[in-house]
Write a protein that binds this ligand. Sequence first.
Ligand code: ADP
Length: 676
Amino acid sequence: MTALTKPLIHLAGITRLYQVGDSEVRALDGVDLTICAGEFVAIIGPSGSGKSTLMYILGCLDQPTSGSYVLEGREIARATDIELSRVRNRSIGYVFQSYNLLPTLTVTDNIALGLVYAGVAAAERHATARDFAGRFGLGQRLDHRPQELSGGQMQRVAIARGLACRPHLVLADEPTGNLDTKTGAEILTTLKTLHAEGHTIVLVTHDPTVAAQAQRVIRIVDGRIVSDDLNAGFSAGHGEAASVGAEQTPPATSRTEPADGMRFADLLRMAWHEGLAAHALRTLLTMLGIVFGIAAVIAMTAITEGGKEEQLKQIRQIGRNNIQVRSLDLEGTRLARVRRLNPDGVSADDLARIREVFAQEQGIVAATGWKGIKAELKLGTQAIDFANVLGVFGDFEQVTDFHVGQGRFLAPDDEAQRRRVVVLGSAIAEALKLGDQPLGQVVIVGDEPFEVIGVMAAKAFSKGGVADITVIDRNQDVYLPHASLRAYFRKAERESPFDALSLRLASEERLLGASELIRRMVAELHHGADDFVVSVPLEAMRQAQRTKEVFNVIIVVIAGISLVVGGIGIMNIMLASVTERTREIGIRRAIGASRSDILRQFLTEAVLIATAGGILGLVLGVGSGLLIQGLFAFPVAFNGWIMLIATVSSMAIGIGFGLYPAWKAARMDPVEALRT
Ligand code: ADP
């Protein structure tokens, strides 16, 4: 055999020491060995002689304490993890005594496992796996799981897996140890056939009859090679290929150079398959912390945001940039006291003075004032017992953003002449059954007749209030000139001529400064009488919202705690998973996974669990928000940014809490992992 002249493996002075307590175990003690390409070598020795240790070093799963190991011309005794992983993946096909198949994968996927780490695309991987399955008589078992196969079939899957990346070297560690004699013989025949096809086979066994099948037999005792003999009776495996399948293994030299490292799609698929789908219930329970954390944030912020928008809508109904000077509702001695200081209450003089001051600054765009009474309203047989009758003054329509729909609104002339004219809210016009031609009809207010000159356009006023300002339904209002109200309706002497003055400013920014100025001016005019209050609805709303923000902070803190607890849950389950799957980690490492592949696998699982939790939380949050809206007619507003932040933070939780378990998995020693 000409191939024998080329050394494939060269070991020189290989030692492997184990520290057990205080003593040192010399598992290998100065091994020198050269194996040429195309040889079929059996390593034999009693239990504890160091066979497995030697095999692990040859298989790049372990590294020698000292000495040199040259494989395919490259020194690898001190190679990096990535280099060793690549050698395991592409140059070595490892066959174990206990098959070491992954129980959750099908025959096809088990055979293709090494190709995943070589970065081969799924379609090509499966085609190759099917070829090899056919070659080893597993064509009918492609979709079976390992537990549905016989021992011989499992070992053939393992051999096919070892060969799928088309290595030169096949390392078989007691490959027949778990099989009956007949099946064991079949596996040996398979190995012989592979040898005949050009593979280099190194077989470890304690069984002399198995070793007798090899071309060269190396005996090892106490970590040293004691004999190295060629087997005179060795018969090459040519012609026996038919016993395992008709087709030939594609020649070892025909391997294509695979891409570097695992594909991202495979990483995701693996994380989904092994991490989530394999333990659906456990995964779901683990997610709950994150689900509830995210759902709480989404739903709660939607509710507070909805509330804010609703308040803003109400503020717009009152008038956005408005300042109100309201007369305080006082009684008894307090009223007597303030009236001694200021007999007039909130009066037209106040308004005139405010306008005068602001006229220079052009700050006020419109101003109004009103006085309200409750009065009976009659038209023919229709009557309304307690109508809200307002005597209004100034630019009422403009300040309140509430406009006439039919006819006209009260004019300065009506005020000056104290005319008996009235403008009705649409609901009142309807209740009085004014019909299509309301203008010109005479309505009795209290006992006084008033001519209808206009009907307000209907406008929706949402119920409720903002801070201390109540939103009233103005469709129920009745408007008279302020002077007419004062003239025709006898009011208590001491009552203020205006319930409120309302001023609209040009812009929002001067609202606070202006309100302070107005408060001081009015206080001065009232000689210090404490009979009025200045309010800024927008500011009141902001105050109220600031208070609510404290609740928001509390919600975020609670959600944050929930997320952290969720993260700890993920960490916990990932740590358990790493321990449970120690053997799987060992198998993957033997097939060619690098530390970084293992790290990425477990990290992706953690991130996927956390992100899935985040998305579930998002759905739950939006769902409960909508439910609250539907059930309680409570406005909700979802914020896209918060949703994005929630999803990203759940991912971050996955990374943060998945890193340690993933690092633990990656750090595992492959030999230790395989022994579990
Ligand atoms: P064999 O495969 O021939 O049975 P091994 O290679 O498993 O032998 O073991 C060789 C020697 O090294 C034995 O004495 C064994 O106890 C020791 N050994 C192997 N692995 C370890 C380890 N991880 N820690 C300590 N001693 C070990």
